[in-house]
Structures are given as C-alpha cells and as structure tokens.
Ligand binder design. Sequence first.
Ligand code: GLU
Length: 315
Amino acid sequence: MVVKGRFAPSPSGRMHLGNLFSFLLAWLSVRHEGGTLVLRIEDLDPVRCQPSYAWQLMEDLEWLGLDWDEGGEAASYWQSNRSHLYAKAFAALEARELTYPCFCSRIQRLNEAPHVHEVSPSCPCAALTPSEAAARAAEKTPSYRLRVPHKTISFTDGLQGLYSQDLATQCGDFPIKRADGAWAYQLAVVVDDAAMGVTQVVRGRDLLSSTPRQLWLYEALGLPAPEFYHVPLLLAPDGRRLAKRDADLDMGVLRRRYAPEELLGILARMAGQQEMAAPVSAGQLARVFDWAKVPQEDITVDAALLTKEEKEALL
Ligand code: GLU
C-alpha cells in the first residue's frame, strides 16, 4: 500500500519553527517511503484564520523544498469549502442517535482551541428528552455533542507507543458542532482524512489526547483510520511551547537568518537525523530518514538559535 500523508495547517498565523518541525517529519516519513502528500487548509474558524497565512505557508514550504502532490491552492481542499461533507457525516451520526443538542454556554467557543482537551464527563443535556430539548431549542440554538461509548480506546502510536483513553471518564461526550453552525475540528479532521485517503497522520504531540476521540469518530462513521505518529513539540528556553500568537521563531525571522539547507540542518539535528546541524537538503534527508532516531520527548530549542532580543523577550 502506498502511504499517503498530509500537511493540515490552520492558517491562523505565520508558521513557526515547531510547526515546521512537524511538517518536516510528515514530509520525510512519506517521501522516504515513496508516498504522496496532501496539503489541506484547516480554516474552519473564520475569526482566527486568514487566507493570506495559507498563501504564505505554501510559499514558506516551497522555499524549504517541502512539496505536496494534492491540495494547496485548490479550493476544495480548504475546510471552509467542505461543510457539506461535515453535514453529511453529522447526519449519519444523528441517524444513529449518537448526537444530542447541548445548551451549555461554555462550549460555544470551542473551535478556537482545537488543542484544548475538554473533559466533560456528565453534560446534563445528555439526559434531556426529545420534547425537553425541543422546548429548550425554541429559546436558544444548541451546539451538538457526540456520545462516547463506555470503553477504553487504545492504539499504538508510531512514535509514542501504546496510548489508551477511557472516553467516558477521561473525555466525555464532546462537541462536534457549535451553536453558530461551525463544525468542530474533531469531526472535520476525521471526515477529511478519510475522504482524502490519508493513511498516515504525523502531527504534534499536543494532539495525542485527541486521537481516541477521532478513532471513535472513525468507528462511528464506519471509516478506516490512518496510522498516527505524534511528534515532540518544540519548547522555548523558558519551557513554554513555541506558539504562533507569540510570533516565536516564525518563518519571517528564520528566512532572514538562514538559507533553506541551514534551517533543515538545524531541524534534522533536533529530529535525531544527524549528529550536527550541517546544512542538508530535504531530498537528502528523505533518503536516510529513520523514525527510530526521532526523539519522543519535547525538545527545548537551543538558545543559540535566538537573537539577543528574542532571548530577552523569552526569559
Ligand atoms: N490544523 C491543526 C493545527 O494546525 C492540525 C490538525 C491535525 O494535524 O490533525 O494544529
């Protein structure tokens, strides 16, 4: 079977070194196997996402020599144009009575934080009868949750090993549609990875705890699940994660400071693929890529990578 991977960026800011690290590993893993890659734009949240960031990201990836075979500019690979597919999946889940309307207000803004692991084991709305729910819906537009089964979902991550989560107690029924009609990340990512024939998902470790929810969605929708590799996050010298909102080591800064092969050399060393940060091309790295050398734990960015001003801002 030919492996099919993907880049799934949210265009909510300029890509930073940590995003790049995950994308590089996704690309290397696929190219090493002679597989193909999809670039899907995850612009579900109209408030945070801007098309200009997506264009910039494509240009940044091209600058580094990380190419893709499908998607990118094509409008049909942008999640904002794929609502009909999420609606269809939602209808299938509804038909199986796996969804219910939720009138709690704190989940309204959920899509703004797809990486946040919301635990809500006992949503009171789960117990509403259809007539009670209809009466409430006349007053307030609900969001919708997916019921989770009383079972432990386990899977073997290609990098992190065995991971298990008891959905009922460690996650709870989770939102799949917001009251304003926006689709939740968890639903969209599963529908899209399946529709695009993705067989391998490589992404940051912060999404490891989302994977059991996604595996439950695959099962509930009768779709085949891909294999997963959750890669380490990059940390600033003070221990916090690099983040788009802080413009940490973003591609603007990095491109001013390094040539593509120098930057790839730095990333390759962090990824355990070479001893030193010697300049290297993406193609050269792909030939020798080895998952067994990639570290499992988060990686603190070498302070020497930062300029004096950046260090002062971080410490
Ligand atoms: N779009 C998500 C993000 O930028 C990644 C989703 C995924 O890889 O599953 O964080």
